[in-house]
Write a protein that binds this ligand. Structure first.
Ligand code: FO1
Length: 319
């Protein structure tokens, strides 16, 4: 079976680890990774969501953080600080720097982000095909107003430096409107037997992937059933600050509202947590088949059970 998953960062990567444990030998998983979180620092291109998937599935992730490398040291960052070069708020470790150096060196040599990602995965062997959503530069920015006035800041500054403490007035995936899907992305969607939306951030992760012209239409018109898993449990995001960006796009922070946000033209099935069983009826009224099951990714086995439930629901809603 050919499975395609649109994945963001930490939640998406953790789900994929369970999906790998749940599928049968011979099943192929293609991950279309969000690159809107990308940031250029020190002349290097950092791809947080691609790296989180690669490290998590490749066994190099810092498990508690969900980003960056395990057994990390911070000598380069400390030396940069001595030179007065920031930003201090974004933690790039020495091991992680190697990834960005290899990526940036290859990009400078003329390779595409897809080719770079494929090369990095030769080392990490994530066990999935990891495609960036686009080889073109897309960087999510957030419009905020604070004592310094109204301005757009990079998503990472909003997320990491400000901890999303100020309201997001708008979320803008800069460059998405002129970006093209990376090679293989539309083909993978068209050839998929199942398409999954993991419990990633619906706005800045899956929403950004869908903002690349052609991708939303490809998913909506795909022969494969599309099943999503709610990143919101009991009216709150499981991790991260998805509520802040959901509000920015006028979506309530509930499992039902996120399903409606995707819409029945895009998703056929939706899994909500047992705590949100009351939402099943309303989601089904929106034309999306819905099931309530435990959605907390407490360990690989729990996540594998979620993945199996998503694959089963996909068979029930197959078009
Ligand atoms: N997240 C943080 O909360 N603090 C950090 O200092 C930080 C550094 C960082 C460095 C490399 C990288 O690939 C990811 C990093 N992240 C950090 C996570 C990053 O902000 C992710 O994009 C978000 O967590 C959303 O996926």
């Amino acid at each position: 079976m050919r499975i395609v998953a649109l994945a963001g960062g930490i939640g998406g990567a953790r789900f994929l680890r369970g999906l790998k444990a749940a599928v049968a030998p011979g099943d192929e998983i293609t991950v279309i990774g969000n690159t809107g979180d990308d940031i250029h620092l020190y002349g290097l291109k950092v791809c947080p969501d691609l790296d989180t998937v690669m490290y998590t599935l490749g066994g190099g992730i810092h498990e508690e953080q969900g980003w960056g490398r395990t057994d990390e040291t911070w000598s380069i960052k400390a030396e940069m600080k001595e030179y007065g070069i920031g930003p201090e708020w974004f933690g790039l470790g020495d091991r992680d720097f190697a990834t960005h150096l290899v990526r940036s060196q290859m990009l400078t040599a003329g390779y595409t982000l897809s080719q770079v990602t494929e090369a990095l995965c030769v080392r990490w062997k994530p066990g999935v095909r990891l495609l960036p959503m686009s080889d073109d530069r897309v960087e999510t920015h957030v419009r905020i107003t604070d004592e310094a006035g109204t301005r757009a800041i990079h998503f990472q500054e909003y997320w990491v430096r400000l901890h999303a403490a100020v309201d997001a007035e708008a979320i803008v995936p800069v460059g998405a409107d002129t970006a093209k899907p990376a090679p293989g992305v539309l083909d993978a969607i068209a050839a998929a037997d199942v398409i999954l939306f993991p419990p990633s951030n619906p706005v800045v992760s899956i929403g950004t992937i869908l903002a690349v012209p052609g991708i939303r239409a490809a998913v909506a018109s795909a022969a494969a059933p599309v099943v999503g898993l709610s990143p919101i449990i009991g009216g709150a995001p499981v991790r991260g600050m998805a509520d802040k960006v959901l509000t920015a796009v006028g979506v309530e922070t509930t499992a039902e509202a996120v399903a409606r946000h995707y819409g029945s033209d895009l998703i056929d099935g939706w899994l909500v947590d047992s705590a949100d069983a009351a939402a099943v009826e309303a989601v089904e009224a929106a034309g999306i088949t819905c099931r309530a099951i435990p959605l907390l990714m407490t360990d690989v086995e729990a996540t594998a059970a979620m993945a199996r439930a998503a694959l089963e629901l996909a068979e029930q809603v197959r078009r």
